[in-house]
Ligand binder design. Structure first.
Ligand code: NAP
Length: 245
């Protein structure tokens, strides 16, 4: 079903993006890897090829509008189309508001929200012309529930969830561009590595008993969303660890 499809994955250098590339690799697709860490993506691209798909590494900071435009131009110049965009790049340097970590607030808004929109802009004209396409946005359970310390991250992910529904309404019936939002609960990845608020880190350390998902569990949800029959649009998938409240 995915054979020959051009699939762009942002945030492909680790975690959910990397697991998704590996999950889809046996399908003989063309998997384009986008993120900033080139070495990691080159190693992943070699594995994707071994597993059966073509792969192209495109280094990009999704927060930089011109870089994103150039990246998608390269993909269209090389392959002539994008069938599926998996909008997964994101970061989560959560902190309590009174710490005033304004640079981190900016970065989350720039990457999680604006970066995602720049990637949508990168594929929308081509998908409209083709009369088909699928955009998968990786939001979060934090796009449905708020917690103290998560304010700005929550705002970005509520934004992604809202955007996804608006995109589905505008793009799916009119242009045959499917739109799905995937909402993971806690997943064991590098996502917490950007947290600098020691109080948040201490509160995480006290949380015991919860076994996080594997990145591959979310890759499976993404694969499900993009392999349904023509008449189906998988609009929203929330995947929680069994032990997370
Ligand atoms: N892990 C969880 O518990 C969880 C739960 C719910 C939702 N999510 C969401 O899942 C998505 C993937 O996160 P993950 O858990 O897999 O964490 P991760 O391992 O830290 O992966 C994040 C990915 O985003 C990329 N990225 C970050 N900033 C970027 C930028 N400016 N430009 C391009 N790429 C950028 C990173 O690549 P480079 O650093 O190489 O650029 C990396 O590949 C995120 O949107 C996250 O919010 C995660």
């Amino acid at each position: 079903m995915l054979k020959g499809k051009v699939i762009v994955i942002t945030g492909a250098s680790s975690g959910i993006g990397e697991a998704t590339a590996l999950k889809l690799a046996p399908s003989q697709a063309i998997i384009v890897l986008m993120a900033r860490r080139i070495d990691r993506m080159n190693i992943l691209a070699a594995k994707v090829r071994e597993l059966g798909s073509e792969s192209l590494v495109v280094p990009v900071d999704v927060a930089v509008r011109e870089q994103v435009a150039q990246a998608f131009k390269l993909v269209y110049d090389t392959f002539g189309k994008v069938d599926i965009l998996i909008n997964n790049a994101g970061l989560m340097p959560v902190s309590f508001l009174d710490k005033l970590k304004i640079d981190e607030w900016d970065r989350m808004i720039d990457v999680n929200l604006k970066g995602l929109l720049y990637c949508v802009a990168g594929v929308l004209p081509g998908m409209k012309d083709a009369g088909s396409g699928h955009i998968v946005n990786v939001s979060s359970v934090a796009g449905r529930r708020v917690w103290p310390g998560f304010a700005v991250y929550n705002a970005t992910k509520f934004g992604v969830t809202a955007l996804s529904e608006a995109m589905r309404m505008e793009l799916t019936p009119a242009f045959n561009i499917k739109v799905s939002v995937i909402e993971p609960g806690a997943v064991a990845t590098e996502l917490t590595h950007t947290i600098t608020d020691q109080d948040i880190l201490a509160s995480f350390a006290k949380r015991g008993g919860m076994v996080p998902l594997h990145a591959d569990d979310i890759a499976a949800a993404i694969e499900y969303a993009i392999t349904q029959p023509e008449q189906v649009n998988v609009s929203e998938v929330l995947v929680m660890p069994r032990t997370q409240m």
